[in-house]
Ligand binder design. Sequence first.
Ligand code: THU
Length: 162
Amino acid sequence: MIEKKITTTFYQTDFSSLNSEEKDLVNRAKNSLEAAYAPYSGFLVGATVLLENGEIISGNNQENVAYPSGLCAERVAIFYAGAKFPNVKIKTIAITAVSKKFEIKDVISPCGACRQAIAEYEVKQENNIRILLHHPDDSILIVNSVSDLLPFMFKSKGLKNY
Ligand code: THU
C-alpha cells in the first residue's frame, strides 16, 4: 500500500487587498444578500459570478418549507449563468453570508453539493474557476480551482456521450 497525499492551496487575504474587479464581485454578493429568502435558517448567502464575457450574475439562497426543495446561493447563481450564457466560461465566484441567528466564525465555504455543481462547470469549460470566500469581517479566503475544495470530485468522464 502506498500513502499518497493531495494538497490544497488557498490564499488568506482581506477585502482591501483585492483588485477593483474582485472588490466589485464581493460587493455585489453582499448586495444580493438582501434578496435571499431564508425564513427558516435565518442564514443569508450571496454569490456573484463573473463570466469571461464580462457579464456578472448574482444569486442568493432560496429556501422552501419542504427544506430540501430550497437551493443554495451558489447554485442559484451558476445555474442562472449556465441558463443565460450556456457557452460562456465562468471566471470567478464570490460568496458571502450573514446570519440573523448566530455569529459566523469562519468564512462561508460552499456545501458539498455546490462544490460538485461548480466542478461540473469547471470540467465542462476546461478552465479553473476562482472562488472568493468572504467573511462579514472582510477577511477573504481564495482558491483558484474548485478542486482545491473538492479533491477526488466525481467527474463526468464515461457518463458523457453515452
Ligand atoms: N447555503 C447556501 O446558500 N450556500 C452554502 O454554501 C451553504 C448553505 C444556504 C442553504 C440554506 O438556505 C442556508 O444556507 C442554511 O443552510
